[in-house]
Design a protein around this ligand. Structure first.
Ligand code: NAD
Ligand code: TYD
Length: 355
């Protein structure tokens, strides 16, 4: 393989979109996609790359140091873009162990493997190498209604096992830069939405349930606020940071789109009423308020001005254009959705929404 980058977690939602967007450029470096294929990993997302020699897939756990060593010395990447993680807050509440293992131990193992590999490169390759760590705004905790948005200097205050494990991984990445000089970059992004999103998360879950005639389960009073970003805009931000970010820096990525969960669900119902009307009535009639998530963060909001100032990035999609594209994608790709609704998915839904 000629020049290549490693992508971990590239069979998941954001990693999969990143790989597809990256390879849409005919001149892009080749991709070695390192993914364990947990319940959230799905090779069908990458089906359009079948037979494309620029994409090499390796079913590998980032906790497997020996396998990582072999892959790194075989393919000689010039960069690693690290998406692999356990990513669902509700699952981290019912079973935190996997989050500690993948998000903390896995990131540590990957950092160690990359440090050894990077240390063996020649001077020019060492200087050009990048390790980009993809993280979340949830590490900053919860905002009150009048608090300023999270900036890069906001103190970490994670509240869920998920966000605590991501915070730990961010700290490890930072420490590997300060201690060993590893050329790292970190992005902290707000909630993503778009194609290939696993239907356990709010937006794809609501679309699937709406179309299936099932209740639309809104936690608590539905007034928790998230800052939504179209996944393609997140991928563009990562490409910018990888190409031009300052070493050791962190960059917040957000959509300037604060919405309550109820607003999001109403907008989805209205789009579905327009694009796939029911025989009678609105999808809004399926909304049901259910028991709140324990420790549910009230509000997330990102100040993404550093990324705009330094690298000229701004989201291309508004919430309205991005959500319309997303709903249309789910309507056009029901086969992909049916495939991921495996036995494991059904077990999760039965357990999580039992009450
Ligand atoms: P996802 O759950 O859809 O995908 C995660 C991928 O990682 C899957 O393909 C899974 O198979 C793989 N994986 C899990 N454990 C692994 C292991 N031990 N070894 C190798 N691969 C493993 O997640 P996502 O929503 O695409 O999130 C990707 C990254 O972006 C995560 O690091 C997440 O914290 C971060 N992030 C997500 C959001 C969001 O809104 N989804 C927002 C900001 C940041
Ligand atoms: P989610 O998509 O799980 O992302 P995160 O918790 O990482 O922000 O949830 C987004 C918001 O939607 C969050 O406030 C929880 C809420 N939510 C519901 O109200 N009902 C649901 O069934 C789910 C999955 C989430």
């Amino acid at each position: 393989m000629r020049n290549c980058i490693f992508v971990t977690g590239g069979a998941g939602f954001i990693g999969g979109n990143f790989v597809l967007d990256w390879l849409a450029d005919a001149n892009a470096d080749e991709v070695v996609n390192v993914d364990k294929l947990t319940y959230a990993g799905n090779l069908k997302t990458l089906a359009s790359l079948d037979g494309d020699s620029r994409h090499v897939f390796s079913e590998t756990d980032i906790c497997d140091r020996a396998a990582l060593n072999r892959l790194l010395t075989t393919y000689n990447p010039r960069a690693v873009v690290h998406f692999a993680a356990e990513s669902h807050v509700d699952r981290s509440i019912s079973g935190p162990a996997e989050f500690i293992q993948t998000n903390i131990v896995g990131t540590f193992t990957l950092l160690e493997a990359v440090r050894a590999y990077w240390g063996g490169l020649d001077d020019a390759a060492r200087a050009a190498f990048r390790f980009l760590h993809v993280s979340t705004d949830e590490v900053f905790g919860s905002l009150g209604p009048n608090d300023r948005q999270f900036s890069e200097s906001t103190a970490y205050a994670p509240n869920s096992p998920y966000s605590a494990s991501k915070a730990a991984s961010d700290h490890l990445v930072r420490a590997y830069h300060h201690t060993y000089g590893l050329p790292v970059l970190t992005t902290n992004c707000s909630n993503n939405y778009g194609p290939y999103h696993f239907p356990e998360k709010l937006i794809p879950l609501m679309i699937s349930n709406a179309l299936g005639g099932k209740p639309l389960p809104v936690y608590g009073d539905g007034l928790n606020v998230r800052d939504w970003l179209y996944v393609g805009d997140h991928c563009a931000a990562i490409r910018e940071v990888l190409a031009h970010g300052r070493l050791g820096e962190t960059y917040n990525v957000g959509g300037w789109n604060e919405k309550t969960n109820l607003d999001v669900v109403h907008t989805l119902c209205d789009l579905l009423d327009e694009l796939r009307p029911k025989a009678a009535g609105s999808y809004r009639n399926q909304i049901t308020f259910v028991k709140d998530r324990p420790g549910h963060d009230r509000r997330y909001a990102i100040d993404a001005r550093k990324l705009e100032r330094e690298l000229g990035w701004r989201p291309a999609e508004t919430f309205e254009t991005g959500l319309r594209k997303t709903v249309q994608w789910y309507l056009d790709n029901q086969g992909w959705v049916q495939d991921v609704m495996s036995g494991e998915y059904r077990n999760w839904v039965a357990k999580q929404y039992a009450a």
